[in-house]
Design a protein around this ligand. Structure first.
Ligand code: ADP
Ligand code: MG
Ligand code: ZN
Length: 473
C-alpha cells in the first residue's frame, strides 16, 4: 500500500518586547537564574497580571501579515497543569477567542507553490526552565512570562521539505516584522510536529502523534521522515498508532513516547477572571496593515523585475531585512544594482564570515560602498585596486575617495606612460616575446602581469593589454 504523510505544525515564537507579557520584568535571554523575576511572574498569591500592550501590537502585526482575521474581541484563558516550570499551576493562554484566526503562508518547493493554511494564532506566556543536574532538578523562572505567539497550521504539509520551507518563510516574516529574533538555539522559535499517515487517496485523517524537543530545522526534517516510517511500519504490521506526545532524541535519531496526548479537557481551560476581554478597534488593525513592511518574497520579485537580478542574488540579498535595506541604500546612492549585489555577496559576506560577525553588522556605510563602486565604473581605479581599497576602509568606514587620493591609487590611463613601461617589459623579457611569437598564449598573460607590476597594480587593464598587443605586433 502507498502511504501519505500528513503534518500540522504548532510554532511558538518568543516576542522581542523589552518586558514580559503581564509584568515589567525584562525578557533578556540568559542572566543569573531567577533574577528576571517578580511576584507576578513567579505566581505569588494576591498579584494581578497587567497586559503588555506591545504584545497585542506585535500579535496584530503578525496576524495581518499572515493574512488572518483579527478578532474584534479576544480573551485570555487559563490552561491548568501542575508542573514545576509553571509557578501558578496554570498558564495564561488563549483557547476560546484567539486573537487571530485563518490566514496562510505561501511556500515554494521544487514541486511548485503551495499555501499552508493557518488555523489560528494566539498569545500566551512562556514557562520557566528546568535544569536537570547531578540527579537534582533546578528551576530558573527567568523565562516565565516571556510573551509568546503560538501559530497553528492546518494539517496541510505532505513532506518534510514543505515543513522546512514554511518555517524558513515564517522565520523571515517574523524577522522582517521585527517581532522576534527567531533564534532556535536560544529557544525563541520552537516547533511541535503533529504527524499522521494514511493510505494515498484516503480523505480521513489518521491518528497523530505530537513530537517535541526539536531544536533545529535539520532535526525537524529528520523527525518527520523517521516518524512517518515508524507509523507506516506499525500499520503495515497490523498495529495501531497511539495518540501520544513523543520526544525527539537528536543523538539517537529517533523519538520515544513521553505521555499519552492530553486534550483540552485535561487542562480544564476557563476564561481568566483577572484579565478583561480585549476589544480591538478596526482602525488599529487597518493601521497595522498599512504599516506592514515589504516582506522578503515581494522584495525578491521586485529585485528580479526592477533591478534585473538573478533569483539567486535576490534570495541572498533578502536573507535578512537589514541586509536588504543596506542593499537598497547602496542602490539609492546610484550604484548599479548588479554591481552592488556583487560587492555585497562577494566582499561584504566574505569579510563578515571571516570575522565571524553577523551579516547585518556592516561597518562600511552604504554611501561609501556606492562611492567605491562608482570609482570602478568611472575607471578611476581598477577592480583589483578596488578590492584593496575595500579591505582598507571596510572596518573604519573611511571615505574611499579620500583613501584613493592619499595613497595615490588612481588608475594609470596615460597611454604614453603605459607604452613606455610596455616597451621596457618587452626588452627585459625576450624569451616571453619569442614564446608568444611561437604561439604560446600563456606568455601574454605573463607580460601583462609584469607590466601591471611595474605600474604598481594601478594600470588600466584594457589599455595595458591593448598596448602590449600593439607593440608585440
Ligand atoms: P491540540 O490543540 O490538541 O494540540 P489541534 O487540533 O489544535 O490539537 O491540532 C494541533 C496541530 O495538529 C494542528 O497543527 C493540526 O493541523 C495538527 N493535526 C491535527 N490532527 C492531525 C492529524 N490527524 N494528522 C496530522 N496533523 C494533525
Ligand atoms: Mg497542541
Ligand atoms: Zn515579573
Amino acid at each position: 500500500m502507498e502511504w501519505e504523510t500528513v503534518v500540522g505544525l504548532e510554532t511558538h515564537v518568543e516576542l522581542n518586547t523589552k518586558t514580559k507579557i503581564f509584568c515589567g520584568c525584562t525578557t533578556a535571554f540568559g542572566g543569573e537564574p531567577n533574577t528576571h523575576c517578580c511576584p507576578v511572574c513567579t505566581g505569588m498569591p494576591g498579584t494581578l497580571p497587567v497586559l503588555n500592550r506591545k504584545v497585542v501590537e506585535y500579535a496584530i502585526r503578525t496576524g495581518v501579515a499572515l493574512g488572518g482575521s483579527i478578532s474584534p474581541i479576544t480573551r485570555f484563558d487559563r490552561k491548568n497543569y501542575f508542573y514545576p516550570d509553571l509557578p501558578k499551576a496554570y498558564q495564561i493562554s488563549q483557547l476560546y477567542l484567539p486573537i487571530c484566526v485563518g490566514g496562510g503562508v505561501t511556500i515554494e518547493t521544487d514541486a511548485g507553490e503551495k499555501t499552508i493554511g493557518i488555523h489560528e494564532m494566539h498569545m500566551e506566556e512562556d514557562a520557566g526552565k528546568l535544569i536537570h543536574q547531578d540527579g537534582r532538578t533546578l528551576i530558573d523562572y527567568n523565562r516565565c512570562g516571556v510573551p509568546l505567539l503560538e501559530i497553528v497550521t492546518e494539517p496541510d504539509f505532505r513532506r518534510a521539505d514543505e515543513v522546512i520551507a514554511y518555517l524558513e518563510q515564517l522565520k523571515s516574516m517574523l524577522e522582517y516584522l521585527g517581532v522576534s529574533d527567531c533564534k532556535m538555539q536560544e529557544g525563541s522559535l520552537r516547533c511541535d510536529v503533529n504527524l499522521s499517515v494514511r493510505p494515498v487517496g484516503s480523505e480521513t485523517l489518521g491518528t497523530r502523534t505530537e513530537m517535541k524537543n526539536l531544536s533545529s530545522f535539520r532535526a525537524i526534517a529528520r523527525a518527520v521522515e523517521v516518524e512517518a516510517r515508524r507509523q507506516i511500519a506499525l500499520l503495515e504490521q497490523g498495529g495501531t498508532v497511539e495518540q501520544e506526545t513523543r520526544r525527539w532524541d537528536e543523538e539517537q535519531n529517533c523519538s520515544y513516547a513521553m505521555r499519552s496526548k492530553e486534550t483540552a479537557k485535561d487542562y480544564r481551560y476557563f476564561p481568566d477572571p483577572d484579565l478583561p476581554a480585549l476589544h480591538i478597534r478596526r482602525e488599529e488593525v487597518e493601521q497595522a496593515r498599512a504599516q506592514l513592511p515589504e516582506l522578503a518574497p515581494a522584495k525578491r520579485r521586485r529585485y528580479q523585475e526592477e533591478y534585473g537580478l538573478s533569483a539567486y542574488d535576490a534570495e541572498m540579498l533578502t536573507m535578512s531585512r537589514s541586509f536588504a535595506a543596506y542593499f537598497e541604500q547602496v542602490v539609492a546612492f546610484d550604484a548599479p544594482p548588479k554591481a552592488a549585489a556583487n560587492w555585497m555577496l562577494g566582499e561584504v559576506l566574505r569579510d563578515r564570515k571571516e570575522a565571524a560577525q553577523p551579516t547585518e553588522d556592516i561597518p562600511l556605510s552604504p554611501k561609501h560602498l556606492a562611492a567605491l563602486i562608482e570609482c570602478v565604473a568611472e575607471g578611476k581605479i581598477n577592480r583589483n585596486t578596488a578590492s584593496e581599497v575595500f579591505s582598507a576602509v571596510f572596518h573604519s568606514d573611511e571615505d574611499p575617495i579620500a583613501y584613493i587620493r592619499t595613497h595615490g591609487l588612481e588608475q594609470i590611463s596615460d597611454e604614453d606612460a603605459i607604452a613606455r613601461v610596455v616597451a621596457q617589459v618587452l626588452e627585459e623579457n625576450p624569451q616571453s616575446v619569442s614564446d608568444w611569437r611561437s604561439g604560446k598564449q600563456k606568455a601574454f598573460g605573463f607580460l601583462v602581469g609584469q607590466t601591471m607590476r611595474k605600474l604598481g597594480g594601478k594600470g588600466n587593464p584594457q589599455l595595458v593589454r591593448q598596448l602590449l598587443e600593439n607593440q608585440l605586433n
